[in-house]
Design a protein around this ligand. Sequence first.
Ligand code: ADP
Ligand code: MG
Length: 692
Amino acid sequence: MPAVSLKSSISELKGAGPKFAEKFSGMGIESIGDLLFHLPYKYQDRTRIAPVGSLRLGMAVVIEGEIRGTQVMFGKRRSLLCRLQDGSGVISIRLFHFSKAQQASLKAGHFIRCYGEVRMGPTGLEMIHPEYSVNTSGAFPPLDQRLTPLYPTTEGINQARLRSLIEQALALLDRQGGLAEWLPAEWLTPLALPSLTAAIKTIHHPSNSTDTRSLLEGTHPAQQRLALEELLAHHLSMQYYRQQTQASGAQPLKPSQKLAPLLLQQLPFQLTGAQQRVIKEISIDLQKSVPMLRLVQGDVGAGKTLVAMIAALQAIESGLQVALMAPTELLAEQHFINMSNWAEPLGIEVALLVGKTTKKARDPLLDSLEKGGIQLLIGTHALFQNGVNYHNLGLVIIDEQHRFGVQQRLALKEKAVIGSPHQLTMTATPIPRTLAMTAFADLDISIIDELPPGRTPVVTTVLSQQRKDAVLRRIDAACADGRQVYWVCTLIEESDELQLAAAQSSAEVLAASLPNRRIGLLHGKLKPKEKSLLMEAFKHHELDVLVATTVIEVGVDVPNASVMIIENPERLGLAQLHQLRGRVGRGTAESFCLLMFGDELSEQGKQRLEVMRSTNDGFVIAEEDLKLRGPGEVLGTRQTGAIGFRVADMERDQALLPLVPELATRLQKELPGHVQPVINRWLNKAERYAQV
Ligand code: ADP
Ligand code: MG
């Protein structure tokens, strides 16, 4: 019989039969080694007694003291309230369920020790149903020597059982001389980080001397050691994906000699310096025989569409097709309108393909695409469905890339004739640099950090919806001046019906209060055709006010619209608000954004709106969003599910982020054989598959 090792099934451990193994398997734990990477999600601190006077809300602590009195309270719900006093203060213990015996034991003059969470009750701090023991002498058993880990678990496996199995796994780890170490000690020592084996041991079994506070916060070197390796694994896997993509090669594209200069001649403006720089970076990439993988970041209104168009011209002039994918149909239509205007005088064939394109229009379109007639195809993810076949796809442009998952980006590869198409992705979400290096390790990054000249910054005002009347007068005055207005309705729920109802009622209120103004209503339930008719009408000033759900978030361009009202802005992320606000301030008139908050604005909500009021700089806003809401919101990973870490927390572990690319390069150079094992250790099979 082979000896038990870390690779053995956990059913080899004492107290874990095949039935248990099955339950563990549901949590992704098969081997004893896997169990070692099943990490506590938090710790309980029962190592010391907290003085009652020092307690704050939310603390989970041991307290000890004398019972001053106990009584049954008759409020909304009957409860037993017991007052505990130590030398420093008084706190209540509240039981909603209690027996006669319990009531009798909690007697004034007895001593009690409790472990529980501190909450706010009607008369001050309290603990509800803490674990407790009572005696008459005040002598309690010794406290724990170390923190107690709490593990994520599943039905039928309790904490005690988990701990016992993990203790056995740790003992086995000792007998086997530790885990394979992929990062040499010489790299870790200067960072004051322990070996992986030492880190794993500390995390599962903190010793008496382990720094309790840092462990509770997740900043202990042992935890940082694991977080670093996990971040590194993700980084390496993204780079691996990049190498795989680039290994397939791409068609090199010569810089456009004819089309791009022609387009630039026709424009009524000059490119900004930032646009010129980024256009050049892209052009150099496109001339290579490996696919470009580049992300262009630029604030709303920075002129990304034109940059994309010039990239497209380089491919088209080389005889290849270009696909531009936008996150919504409305945005796809906007791009189609803009780009067709540019493309027509150049004699370029442009087409639009969205989910709702009728079969009658679709069939000839697909036919022409396959024969190479269509040179630039614009649309939503419909562009990459089965049955859409390109003649020779050379460049894929993705607008607002953070809305697309890795999967969708991968679907592109199959459509290329030679290797992979070049990929250009564009986002208006300004992502702080260290975060971008972590989240987009597979992409080169260009930044358009300059707005076209002549834009007047939007003046933002934060006010309560109580002041709607003043807002209505403001709208009326703007319309009287020949300006146009956006009125944006937000909703927490992603329910089209509710959102529509809210927008409808706002439109009705507006129509009733401003009888002389022409008001349109744009929402997600409209047919694409109806949406574009409405947008066209607004663009041609046949409407004064456009009431809209957040569908107008991106891409809409009406320079004469200079006022935007956002209802309940507190429901949106700062980045999203910034995008919305970017719809105004596109012309030369002074522009206004009124953030009209609801009745229940929290302190943090106020702070966030204050950030919006005080700056128009997308990068500053993104940094603040990062502080206030965390990286998930900034990156929009909630939609894409792109990054799910087990240990690392991009906010808490920000200090580690700059180390990651450095270590990745060093590992690839000095210990290339360790790259794959690090990836395999931290990314589960599904994630690894998604990135290859
Ligand atoms: P975004 O970066 O938000 O996608 P757009 O590409 O929609 O911005 O550009 C916003 C507006 O600015 C468009 O009307 C576009 O034609 C115009 N624009 C782009 N580049 C310049 C420039 N260099 N000078 C003046 N206007 C420009
Ligand atoms: Mg855009």
